[in-house]
Write a protein that binds this ligand. Structure first.
Ligand code: CTP
Length: 399
């Protein structure tokens, strides 16, 4: 997602400097090119060799040393960067950047930077709350720097409170959002995700293997690209993506109500949830006790939420999923037309790396015009981007 993006990472001297190693790995894994500037204090917490090995590039620490190409580092690095991230950003560097000071390589480079800047403060809670630090943060935000608020939790100084550097995944998410095209700005997207649970009694239920990963990735991708996103999800163990409104539900009927109540306020509906087609006809209020008899459970049909949305969709864009074990294309085509969809994302459970629980998926996207796009095995995050690309194309066509 960050393919060939040039990120200049400034690392300053706080205990969270060790997290810079993981952060560099995640930037590199996402396809970015990374150069690192470390302050003298940062080098006391983690070595330039560690960060240089992970970034695969030079690590700069000295204002007066020229680069490999004979360039002046603070000017060259400032021109090179598409984005500058300072993580962790100590109170000291925030003060220096806010005050326009340049007394080491990082602060001097910051004076020459014209690219977008993301600052990730991390320090002791009292330092973070200090009015001088907060005033500097405000000044920098007013000046257009993106500030990622520190997390709360246990701090290295054995206190608890705000001041922790957010996780590398959270920082990566903000970076990806900063680079993302905002081609869904103002579009209201409703996504469903996860399984449903259909209760038999207070301790048992019927469900399926859905982890919610595909739906959550879609919600996150839509949000990153500027949409207002509501995510209606069955029970999963995933955190709501930042900026997404999460509506937790349990069974198919509560999912249907949550979706139908929000239909009028949605422009795009993506139904990635694995809804249980049947529920027990009766739900016992007390635990069903075992006996020597055979137990027969009668199941009755659940509402088909996607089909109901298809009937009422009007001008909205409706995307469904089809998970099949046989006759993938025939079944998907049938669902595309019978449920009045604009796109259907089909996957074959037998395909290695596809379907439930995996972080990857292998899908085909079918449309109403007979289009059939087969995507190779890729991360669900990437699949989500490709599905959103197709939705954006449909929106543009309609406009
Ligand atoms: N779906 C739904 N409500 C249901 C069942 C399915 O909204 N009660 C939606 C799913 O969210 C998905 C699509 O319909 O987007 C296809 O789901 P799938 O389980 O593959 O197909 P079904 O329509 O249930 O058909 P079948 O069981 O015959 O495969």
């Amino acid at each position: 997602m960050l393919s060939e993006k040039r990120i200049l990472l400034g690392v300053t001297g706080g205990i969270a400097a060790y997290k810079a190693a993981e952060l560099i790995r995640s930037f590199v894994k996402a396809g970015a090119r990374v150069r690192v500037v470390m302050t003298e204090s940062a080098c006391r917490f983690i070595t330039p060799m560690t960060l240089g090995t992970l970034s695969g590039g030079e690590v700069y620490t000295d204002t007066f040393e020229t680069t490999r190409d004979g360039e002046i580092p603070h000017i060259d690095l400032a021109y090179w960067a598409d984005l500058v991230v300072v993580a962790p950003a100590t109170a000291n560097i925030l003060g220096k950047i806010a005050g326009g000071m340049g007394d080491d390589l990082l602060s001097t480079t910051m004076l020459a930077v014209t690219a977008p800047v993301l600052l990730c403060p991390a320090m002791n809670s009292n330092m973070y709350a200090n009015p001088a630090v907060q005033a500097n943060i405000k000044k920098l935000a007013d000046r257009g720097c993106r500030i990622l608020d520190a997390d709360s939790g246990d701090l290295a100084c054995r206190t608890t409170g705000p001041g922790r550097l957010p996780s590398p995944e959270d920082i990566l998410e903000v970076v990806e959002t900063m680079f993302a095209k905002k081609d869904l700005a103002g579009v209201r997207v409703l996504v469903t995700a996860g399984p449903t649970q259909e209760p038999l009694d207070p301790v048992r239920f019927i469900t399926n293997h859905s982890s919610g990963k595909m739906g959550f990735a879609l919600a996150q991708a839509a949000r990153r690209r500027g949409a207002d996103v509501t995510l209606v999800s069955g029970p999963v163990s995933l955190d709501a993506p930042p900026g997404v409104e999460l509506v937790p539900v349990q069974d198919a009927r509560s999912m249907r109500d949550a979706v139908m109540n929000r239909l009028a306020g949605s422009d795009v509906i993506i139904k990635a949830a694995a809804v249980s087609d049947y529920r027990p006809s009766e739900t016992s209020l007390s635990k069903i006790k075992k006996s020597d008899e055979t137990l027969t459970v009668t199941l009755e049909r659940n509402p088909d939420i996607l089909a109901s949305v298809g009937e009422e969709k009007g001008n909205r864009i409706l995307v469904g999923f089809a998970m099949e074990t046989e006759d993938l294309v025939e079944n998907a085509q049938r669902k595309l037309s019978s449920k009045n969809l604009d796109l259907i994302v089909a996957n074959d459970l037998g395909e290695p790396g596809a379907g439930f629980r995996h972080d990857t998926n292998v899908v085909r996207i079918l449309d109403r015009e007979g289009g059939d796009e087969t995507l190779p095995l890729m991360e669900k995050k990437e699949v989500a981007e490709r599905i959103i690309d197709r939705i954006v194309a449909l929106l543009e066509k309609r406009a």
